[in-house]
Design a protein around this ligand. Structure first.
Ligand code: FE2
Length: 501
């Protein structure tokens, strides 16, 4: 069979209370290759729709016992079902025809009709249906590619969650969305919630969270409305006026969580929404799973590296706690500059590791209580290079290598190791440089006691625009003045995830 022929074939439900007319239609349609189902009235047709979601087209009489054609058409429109509708009736009037077309019927066929006339109309409707579906399919492919590339651009779990929810909002226009993630200990945690509806109805939210837990575990999708919500949700009596779509997020064998979409019932979700959301969810689940694995690996690497940082501090008593403080200060300054979360994370890591190269500097130079000779200073200046050699072994720390390597450059190009100037020094390295110097000034050193905040401020201002970036110095001074050094230092005891930025 040719592709063109396949595209003309459909599953058609003929609804009429006259047996002979149904028979004529069925024979003619079957001869054309269509699959034909029959119902005697609207009510029977409704039941057939539940059993046969593959129905493409309904050809229905208008006047029938129990439920007429217009009511059936209204039901299809209300349920947002993607089914085409052809009306036929012997009681033709322009008003009825207009009413049917307004409700969503594709065409109208006055009885008695010539069977070839019916076949021409059916062929036209089916052809339009396929071209509409093809367009929709292409637009869905574009949507999926967009979602996939938007998610792939994010590396950390939090950003992926936000991006996924934004994509869901853009493509499904829900009134509310909630994303739940399964935690390692098996519980379900709320990750993102958007829209007022769910916030304003805590009882409904609780019920939906419970069902999401089930969806996440069973890998099942739930589509709820007034007709079936009571079977799944423990709700107080009254009308359920929402359409809910709950889709699990799983990648390969990993259960990741579930997403809940809520719309008002005048815009019901349909099977197509459910399928598309399923694909979105699968992409998101894979990205989330990768981010979790990536995070775990990076944490492991970081643990190892932190132990190196501790080893440096064990060699050099006076720098005890220096790296941790630089990490926190850098994050604080970055946050004031409204940097992205990935950049803040890099600042923290680079802060912890910036002096790791000192592990290769001899103890007598590192702990010398008097000023270093020129030769000793040159050896000391090798620590960014040593740090780069160590960190280059770990691919997951690639992004912070330039930050660590360049943390002693000066904006006037007189720093080390590469003597590069303002325009070439990585921005985040300049952030580290300011807070590194400030931290060193305000803590005790082998050769001098800690300077006061005012003394440190004067030195920073003197070096602003030559040693350090002018704006960064100004922002840092403002930050310390507004927050108070003691409060900033307190955060050093806190884990990075909980630091108030
Ligand atoms: Fe350093």
């Amino acid at each position: 069979m040719q592709k063109d022929d396949q595209e003309k074939i459909a599953t058609i439900l003929v609804v009429d209370d006259e047996d002979s007319l149904r028979e004529i239609c069925r024979d003619a349609l079957q001869e054309e290759g269509h699959k034909v189902l029959e119902a005697e009235n609207g009510r029977q047709a409704q039941l057939m729709l539940v059993k046969h979601p593959e129905i493409d087209l309904i050809i229905s009489d208008l006047r029938m016992p129990q439920m007429g054609g217009l009511e059936l058409l209204q039901y299809i429109a209300e349920k947002n079902l993607d089914i085409d509708f052809l009306v036929m009736t012997g009681f033709a009037s322009i008003e009825t025809a207009v009413e049917c077309i307004k409700t969503g019927a594709a065409d109208y066929l006055p009885k008695p009709f010539n069977i070839s006339h019916l076949l021409v109309k059916v062929e036209k409707v089916i052809k339009n249906r396929y071209s509409r579906k093809e367009k929709k399919r292409l637009s869905n492919i574009v949507k999926m590619l967009n979602v996939s590339s938007a998610l792939n651009a994010q590396l950390d779990l939090k950003s992926i969650c936000y991006e996924f929810v934004s994509q869901v909002q853009r493509n499904f226009q829900p009134d509310s969305v909630a994303l739940f993630l399964l935690e390692e200990k098996g519980s379900l945690s709320k990750s993102v919630i958007r829209g007022r509806k769910l916030r304003e109805h805590p009882e409904l939210f609780k019920e939906l969270k419970n069902l999401s837990y089930k969806a996440a575990y069973d890998g099942k999708t739930y589509m709820l409305d007034n007709g079936n919500a009571g079977n799944y949700l423990n709700l107080e009596s009254g009308n359920f006026e929402y359409s809910i779509l709950i889709t699990p997020l799983y990648s390969q064998l990993n259960k990741v969580g579930a997403v809940v979409l809520l719309r008002h019932e005048d815009n019901l979700f349909n099977n197509e929404d459910s399928q598309l959301l399923g694909v979105f969810a699968a992409h998101a689940a894979t990205a989330m799973q990768n981010a979790r694995m990536y995070g775990k690996m990076r944490d492991k690497n970081l643990d190892i590296i932190r132990s190196y940082a501790k080893a440096v501090e064990a060699k050099d008593y006076y720098t005890k706690g220096h790296s941790d403080r630089v990490a926190v200060y850098a994050m604080k300054l970055g946050s004031r500059l409204k940097l992205m979360s990935k950049e803040l994370e890099d600042l923290y890591t680079a802060g912890v590791l910036h002096d790791i190269g000192k592990i290769g500097i001899p103890d007598h130079i590192l702990n010398k209580p008097s000023r270093l000779t020129d030769d000793e200073f040159r050896i000391m200046q090798g620590h960014p290079q040593i740090a780069r050699d160590i960190l280059a072994q770990l691919w997951s720390l690639n992004d912070i290598l330039p930050l660590v390597y360049h943390h002693h450059e000066r904006v006037d190009g007189e720093g080390y190791p590469d003597n590069i100037g303002n325009g070439q020094i990585p921005f985040l390295a300049k952030v580290i440089s300011v807070v590194d110097a400030f931290e060193a000034m305000t803590s005790d050193r082998a050769y001098r006691n800690a300077l006061s905040w005012e003394q440190a401020r004067v030195i920073l201002l003197q070096g602003s625009g030559t040693q350090w970036d002018h704006e960064l110095v100004a922002e840092w001074i403002d930050l310390v003045q507004e927050t108070g050094l003691e409060k900033i230092q307190k955060d050093v005891q806190t884990s990075p995830a909980q630091i108030e930025t």
